[in-house]
Design a protein around this ligand. Structure first.
Ligand code: GCO
Length: 458
């Protein structure tokens, strides 16, 4: 009998973006620079010194982009709110014109029967706080973030009921602060040692905890509160008992999982990781873990790839497997095709993190591909369809085994500013012709629309 890959009727289909990657309008209506505005103008930080100054000009073209979403058939849209539009100096005065843009956007979504899911922080922190105290190097950032959350949720909580605090803590801490080489993400600060790097992610975890409390205090109506994380997915080289156990043993060590998702979901840093970190471990003040370990209504997983693990006769009982030279990948050096990483990412939450209670969303999954517009003005991205089809079949497996996966947001609705890669890498199911700002739905857009229409992987 062939598998139909039919999803439950309640499954939520969506698409995701982020403010600095699509909005543009960097100086419109009172917005002040973020660390990415400053970082991306520095020589050698982004491809071709690309910046998000214009991006997809979504700030002005949002109505046509919402129309694209409606025609796609999604009922859920994940976007991020720019801290430096709402509180341009990072703390203090609220810029009501900045809030008004998000009111316009959300009202347009609701008019099209699309539910907004708002990420409160997707890396574009105010440059003013970098100047004031070095951003995430300071504990003050956690409270300033919570105050910005209060300002935002008290103004938009009448329209938005699905909130996510932070997007991918490691990407604005461990990738943004480095000891030995220039960090690849903003603010790109050199710090004195590894403990200083771990202290930045500890401060981000505090921001998450205080942010959860601020949302719940400020919301004018019931809402859901989530964290979005890109923990490192350890995948058994094949599904034998010993390799599955090895993948679970490797999990806390991989990509610092034990130092990010463990405190958030379990209220403690993984003892195994702390032992490995030794003096590099962050300084944890009394009460910090209680602040960090807030109840969550959901967890967002951003998963693009995985790392194969096998069992080993060593102290850790597991071994990382290097990626072979010719392993299939898409148009990013780290984007090895590992479809089962979605299944194992979902399963790790229930079994390795022991949180089977936690509703899950795939809040990002997608790939960069070498998209070309053909002579007929089309983008036939069958490589992206291949990638997405395999990954969605892996999500389906998790639903068929009754793991609490509630929905899937493709990354991304639009080609956009891909951070240090600039506009050189295209992740969208819609092609952006940047000079004209024309939107061209790719074959993957039409394929995804058919999946949504049939509620299954086609
Ligand atoms: C991330 C970010 C996105 C990226 C996407 C492709 O997960 O890194 O949330 O902003 O653009 O993942 O790298």
């Amino acid at each position: 009998m062939s598998i139909s890959y039919q999803f439950p009727a309640s499954f939520q289909w969506g698409a995701a973006t982020a403010a600095y990657q699509i909005e543009g309008a960097a100086q419109a209506d009172g917005r002040k620079p973020s660390v990415w505005d400053v970082f991306s103008t520095k020589w050698g930080r982004t491809r071709n010194r690309d910046t998000g100054a214009i991006a997809c000009n979504h700030y002005h073209l949002y109505k046509q982009d919402v129309k694209l979403m409606a025609e796609l058939g999604i009922k859920h849209y994940r976007f991020s709110i720019s801290w430096c539009r709402v509180v341009p100096e990072g703390r203090g005065a609220v810029n009501e014109k900045g809030v008004d843009f998000y009111r316009r956007l959300v009202d347009c979504l609701l008019e099209h029967d699309i539910t907004p899911h708002a990420t409160l922080f997707h890396w574009d922190s105010p440059q003013a706080l970098e100047t004031r105290y070095g951003s995430w190097q300071s504990r003050e950032m956690a409270q300033d973030f919570a105050d910005y959350v209060t300002a935002t949720v008290s103004r938009l909580g009448d329209r938005i009921q699905h909130w996510m605090t932070l997007n991918e803590i490691t990407c604005f801490t461990h990738m943004s602060y480095d000891v030995w080489k220039p960090a690849q993400h903003a603010p790109g600060t050199r710090v004195k040692n590894r403990q200083a790097v771990w202290q930045t992610s500890h401060h981000a975890l505090l921001a998450h905890g205080l942010g959860c409390q601020a949302i719940r205090a400020a919301t004018p109506r019931p809402c859901s509160v989530a964290l979005v994380d890109n923990f490192g997915v350890t995948v058994p080289i094949y599904e034998s008992i010993e390799h599955i156990e090895a993948a679970k043993k490797a999990f806390p060590y991989h990509c610092g999982n034990g130092g990010i998702i463990y405190p958030a979901l379990k209220g403690e840093y993984s003892p195994l990781l702390l032992e490995q970190l030794g003096a590099d471990a962050p300084e944890i003040q009394t009460g910090d873990l209680q602040i960090i370990h807030q109840p969550l209504d959901a967890l967002g997983l951003n998963i693009y790839t995985g790392t194969y693990i096998r069992s080993a006769d060593n102290a850790q009982g597991c071994e990382w497997i290097d990626v072979p030279k010719g392993y299939p990948r898409l148009h990013m050096p780290w984007l090895q095709i590992v479809p089962e990483s979605l299944y194992w990412g979902i399963r790790h939450v229930s079994e390795t993190l022991q949180r089977p209670d936690l509703p899950l969303f795939i809040t990002e999954n997608g790939c960069a591909a070498q998209d070309q517009v053909n002579h007929r003005g089309e983008v036939m991205d069958t490589d992206r369809i291949l990638y997405l089809r395999q990954y969605l079949q892996s999500v389906h497996r998790a639903t068929s085994e009754n793991y609490p996966i509630r929905g899937y947001f493709v990354w991304s609705l639009l080609d956009n500013f891909e951070w240090s890669w600039g506009y050189d890498r295209r992740f969208g199911i819609t092609y952006i012709d940047y000079p004209s700002q024309a939107r061209i739905p790719k074959s993957s857009y039409h394929w995804y629309a058919e999946c949504i229409r049939q509620n299954r992987v086609v």
